[in-house]
Design a protein. Sequence first.
Length: 385
Amino acid sequence: MPVRRTPATPIARVRAESVRIWKTAHRYDMFTDYLVDRGLMRSTRVAVVVTLLVLGMQPLLFRLGESASKEPHLLAMAIVIIVVDTGWAVLLWRAQPWLDVRLSLSFITTSCIFLGEAALTMPGPLLGLMACSSYAAMLGYVVFFHGFRVFALTMASAVAMVTIISVREITDGTPPIQVIAIATGVLAVISTVPVMTLMLLGILTVDAEASEFDSLTGTLNRRGLHREIRRPGSADGTIFVVYLLDLDGFKSVNDTHGHQTGDAVLVAVSRALSEAIPQAALARVGGEEFVVVERRVAGQSMDLAHQAELLRRVVRTSSQPPVTASVGISLSAPMPSTLATDPTLLLDRLISNADEAMYTAKNAGGDRTHVGDVVDVTDLGERFS
């Protein structure tokens, strides 16, 4: 007799979801890619820079608003904070498309130190606790760019600071009920919205990951390929090579053997291609079209025709019933690592050129390869916004 399972309680489901989000590896570039794709990077940059400068000015304004001569070291510290924050603002404004992950973590660290210092040295009773509400801005930044683990560390620093200031205020004679009321209010302000946003982003991250892969073959789709080409790591002189493969007469496979067999052929072809060039990115970009993208270094031996022939032969032996492929090849000119051209524009141009080369091979009878034009990245004229 089957055992009847008791439905999980809401608390158990929340706990399980929290554990899953904690264990999910955060992809730092995901939110940046989203902002670039939607044309929102400039507005995000403006919001972060303005918020940073406003928060950086607060300690200095408070110092100037009182007798600064009594505590010149606090005035000096306030000046240091605004100078360093201005430097971060310049970096954030100029970074293309955004700070790399190590710089971003350094930015969070220095910001938390400065927020804590400003709160600890704030003049007047309970103003230090109120100043801790500024952690909300940093927690919001962390939620979007760094995910749950960095958020937990940043939140821990905020809670520690609120606790330290609360104990100090009570020790100085402030009524505990007032301190507790303000402290809990501050913690609610800096945690509620970021935590809810974090849970939502955790769920959306899983969906976003799935949306970058072809559901049939498990290879990347065009969206995933765009994300892949944006990954850092291109050195000076990097050359992108694109092979576009179109299965010849694939419609006849579906008509003769059925769509289930056709799907099995596509899966077999994709598996064979991924094993043939494991270091390359493989995507299915159409019904029976596959794209292979390689990064090469200028001066490295590149027998593109040989590589394309390898892919063509792999397709011939990959499935039953057997299929063939026409292969078009396109490559970029060597590109400097500092070039600010949007790599997805380059990828789209390369795919377009490879597509033309593929049709040349197909019109010549199919089951053959053709090398297309070289794409000069300097004429794309596109810059990150």
